[in-house]
Design a protein around this ligand. Sequence first.
Ligand code: GRF
Length: 200
Amino acid sequence: MKRIGILVSGRGSNFIAIADNIAAGRLHAEISIVISNREGAAAVDAAKERGIRCAVIPSKGKTRESHDQEVILALREAGVELVCLAGYMRLLSPAFINAFPHRILNIHPSLLPAFPGLDAQQQALDYGAKVTGCTVHFVDDQLDHGPIIVQRVVHVMETDDISTLSARILEQEHIAYSEAIAKVLSGDCKIEGRCVRTKQ
Ligand code: GRF
């Protein structure tokens, strides 16, 4: 079974969706560790409840490089082959990205390249977008930027506010992340420039 490591900072609903898909046999992988950079993150309790190994590695007061080194070590000790950022509110240092080349995924609540950065759902509402959604992509050295693996579309309703729109996007995130993990772990995809293609 391929081992994945999940990095979180908060609520952890994407982590829970991945764990549930694994438990239900819909995704063939094993979560070998969940790492939070914040004490008290709800995701930590969710990992403990499920008996999934969990580590809190606080980032506060450390340089990005030294914190990342601790995280890399924990991921390596857990035998992680694929790193999934799931609401991990940290930028990764180049050393981290290089430690897992094309082996780090992130999920973002918009159809990238539209609305990168914080508050992507509010950005879509403010812009008057008629569609938005979510993107799972490989992580590179720029924010919300690497090659796209899976996107799912959500229509913006005239009646939407931030909470209704975010909730519908989140439903799609919970599907998209496991789809993307399965695709990457299958070994069937190759990266050509920005494009993730299925191997022939
Ligand atoms: C999600 O909207 C994800 O796209 C973004 O942060 C949020 C994390 O939510 N990167 P959760 O912690 O997985 O519930």
